[in-house]
Design a protein around this ligand. Sequence first.
Ligand SMILES: Nc1ncnc2c1ncn2[C@@H]1O[C@H](COP(=O)(O)OP(=O)(O)OP(=O)(O)O)[C@@H](O)[C@H]1O
Length: 256
Amino acid sequence: MVTPSPGNGLALSLSGIRHGYTIGGDFTAVVSGVTLNVAAGEFVALLGPSGCGKSTLLRLVAGLEPPHDGEILADGLPVHGPDPDRILMFQDPTLYPWRNVRQNVALSQDISGKRDNAAIDQVLSLVGLNGFERAWPHQLSGGMAQRAALARALINRPKLLLLDEPLGKLDALTRLTMQTELHRLWKERGFTAIMVTHDVEEALFLATRIVTLSTRPARILSDIQVDLPFHRHRDDPQVLQLRRDILTQLGHRDDW
Ligand SMILES: Nc1ncnc2c1ncn2[C@@H]1O[C@H](COP(=O)(O)OP(=O)(O)OP(=O)(O)O)[C@@H](O)[C@H]1O
């Protein structure tokens, strides 16, 4: 197994985060006093009911909007806006249809005028897209498109990857394959990851830590260290127990 190089990840500190939106003149609180410290290299899964504020939290960490209250520090420095070290990746791969795979992956480098062909080759190979560099987005399967989006996210070696249900639209089998791929990429690159998912098993397969959130406005219900060695098996009694605990925490019965 590859050991990530120290220093590739980013440490994150959220303290007293509050946020909300005004819709039609009415204010809705969405995040309510979230405090969370994430060490460099951790893989944190965020689980919570639909609409509780998970994506909002990721957007705040990405610097796409400032929180109404509280402070976010990335490697000790206040987050004031987006940064190439903190990349947000969505459920939808959002590839540009007029750019082929290689051109999509190279997008940020083309914008900054610094294309690094060796780095592009490396990341394409890392996500298993060799031979498909010149394919157009419409020629890719869902899993391949998500691999291309991952390559685009990883091209400039971000220290923090914010994943907003990145595998949510994939079919069940492709999703399992992509979970393995995501784990491998995290191990190889050593970035810090925060992933929103609705899938408790996915969280148990990938995360070093699982944070559950309440209904809106989101506050932390539990913060569980998953101290089980990778590769975890869904039938492992410890995995099953954690699954039960988390589902109970989220107010669901475990019918397995
Ligand atoms: N830009 C915005 N303007 C107004 N309201 C917003 C905005 N973004 C999110 N909201 C509101 O904030 C709440 C939380 O949304 P958010 O997308 O963060 O939830 P979520 O937990 O990621 O949901 P889901 O699991 O369904 O994807 C929702 O009520 C939503 O309507």
